[in-house]
Design a protein around this ligand. Structure first.
Ligand code: BES
Ligand code: ZN
Ligand code: ZN
Length: 498
């Protein structure tokens, strides 16, 4: 898909569809003119209350009097409440509507939109992301593609005069970041049998091969043994697919890195503490954290950000078998800390324990881990937020802000030391589950000591990694969550200039 910046107006717009943002309240002057050209069909629909401009409202019309074939009004809510994410959502809805109808070329006019504290470039980037992300389909395993309809292939952004400076760059940033998100969605959507730990390592290597300043190392079982990574080795024992630790580095500058750790359980059966079979298929998404980390490294390299990032992916398949680890087992992690395993389904924290400790040996400024860690996350914050915990106030505040701008919102949960009692073990330094309470917090409490003194943030994406129904720019299935959040955060860190 291409984004093109063009000069013109509603009246000269070309293509199969003109998508127009409709605010709630009074019809703005430029739309009145368009309404007249459409035989007042818009004002009539508003009078009949068929559309009011609320987010999600849509009105599709044929446009015999215009060069463009059809017009789609998309509600964006009250102008004073407009956010970048509402713009992204409206762009996504328009893209989806066009694609469902087999309309390949759309025009849209965003010059009159105003978002508090956002530059014209931010708006262009949001539209670019919205259309790219919404048009995604995973069709690798379908014999018949695209429902026979042409895919959306051109989006023209109309400006009355010369497009504001930086618009072309912003459109391209949106494209490159979206491409990384879609890659993450692809990795997650693959059946686990085609996306094993070894396959993930292969994907990381292929990404690095095509990029400057990106390198990948993969530590196999022998290396994991030498490093005494009992957590990863323990969880990986039950599977015929060998575990590994994937280390991907992007060197956009020298100096201390930011370490991104991503849970990469390519399939989570629960192990001996096996999960119920209904819905177990979704556990192919248990590597969403790792996918987000690799995609963030790709995007940072594509945007040539002046940052140093190290992605660390503990990759395993969690299976029951004659060799599998069992409840009651004690695992000794790389840090020396021992863990009593009371549930083999709380495996993510066991592999992250080693990966986070390994990260500390690289002397990073900050460690951020991203993980589909707890089902309880759906209870705590539902599918509207990523649960965040950590020890670095500045980083958490900045991530919160990045979440508002990207629409990948984070909500902080506490790590009060009183919670530590929940994971005291009779036989080891800690146990891997608590009681029924505070499931998501217990995940964070468990991980905290493995970061040692290094500033650390934990993002639990268990409730946002997969969507059961279509969202404005996230089709049903893998969301590719956290890539845009991390990118925005990294770009803004210490005023790194994008
Ligand atoms: N991968 C799951 C978490 C999960 C569950 C993600 C549902 C998305 C949807 C994780 O490994 C797990 O099974 N966690 C257990 C922990 C429990 C045993 C303490 C859980 O949440 O039930
Ligand atoms: Zn599990
Ligand atoms: Zn899991």
């Amino acid at each position: 898909m291409k984004i093109r910046l063009v000069r013109g107006s509603h009246e000269t717009a070309r293509g199969d569809l003109l998508a127009v943002a409709l605010p709630e309240g009074r019809i703005p002057a430029p739309l009145k003119k368009l309404d007249r050209r459409l035989g007042n069909l818009l004002s009539a629909a508003i009078r009949r209350k068929e559309i009011s401009g609320k987010p999600g409202d849509m009105l599709y019309l044929s446009a015999p009097g215009l060069p463009v074939k059809h017009v789609l009004f998309v509600g964006i809510g009250k102008p004073e409440d407009l956010t970048l994410d509402r713009v992204r959502q409206a762009a996504g809805r328009a893209a989806r509507a066009a694609q469902d109808r087999g309309l390949a070329r759309i025009s849209t006019d965003i010059a009159d939109l105003r978002v508090k504290e956002a530059s014209p470039g931010d708006l262009v980037q949001a539209v670019s992301e919205g259309v790219h992300l919404a048009a995604y389909r995973f069709e690798k395993y379908k014999s018949e593609k695209k429902n026979g309809k042409p895919p959306l292939d051109l989006v023209m952004l109309i400006f009355a005069k010369t497009p504001p400076r930086g618009s072309a760059g912003a459109a391209d940033r949106g494209r490159l970041i979206s491409r990384a998100v879609l890659w993450a969605r692809d990795l997650i959507s693959h059946p686990s049998s085609d996306m094993t730990p070894r396959d993930m390592a292969g994907e990381a290597r292929a990404m690095a091969r095509r990029r400057r300043k990106v390198s990948v190392r993969v530590l196999g079982r022998d290396a994991l043994r030498r490093l005494k990574m009992g957590g990863i080795l323990g969880v990986g024992r039950g599977s015929d697919e060998p575990p590994c630790l994937i280390v991907a580095e992007y060197r956009g500058r020298r100096g201390r890195p930011v370490a991104l750790v991503g849970k990469t359980v390519t399939f989570d059966t629960g192990g001996i503490s096996i999960k119920p079979s209904a819905g177990m298929d979704q556990m192919k998404d248990d590597m969403s954290g790792g996918a987000a980390v690799l995609a963030t490294i790709q995007a940072a390299a594509d945007l040539r950000l002046p940052v140093r990032l190290i992605g660390i992916l503990p990759a395993v398949e969690n299976m029951p078998s004659g060799r599998a680890y069992k409840p009651g087992d004690v695992l000794k992690t790389m840090s020396g800390r021992t863990i009593e395993v009371l549930n083999t389904d709380a495996e993510g924290r066991l592999i992250l324990a080693d990966a986070i400790h390994y990260a500390t040996t690289l002397k990073p400024e900050l460690i951020v881990d991203v993980a589909t860690l707890t089902g309880a996350c759906s209870v705590a914050v539902g599918n509207r937020a990523i649960a965040m915990m950590g020890t670095d106030r500045t980083a958490m505040d900045a991530l919160k802000e990045a979440g508002e701008l990207t629409g990948e919102r984070v909500w902080e949960l506490p790590l009060w030391e009183e919670y530590e009692d929940l994971i005291k073990s009779d036989v080891a330094d800690c146990k891997n589950i608590g009681d029924r309470s505070a499931g998501t917090i217990v995940g964070g409490i468990f991980l905290k000591p493995f970061a040692g003194k290094v500033p650390w943030v934990h993002l639990d994406i268990a409730s946002t990694a997969w969507t059961e129904k279509d969202l404005p720019y996230v089709p049903k299935g893998a969301a590719g969550i956290a890539v845009r959040l991390l990118m925005r955060y990294i770009e803004k860190r210490k005023g790194v200039k994008a």
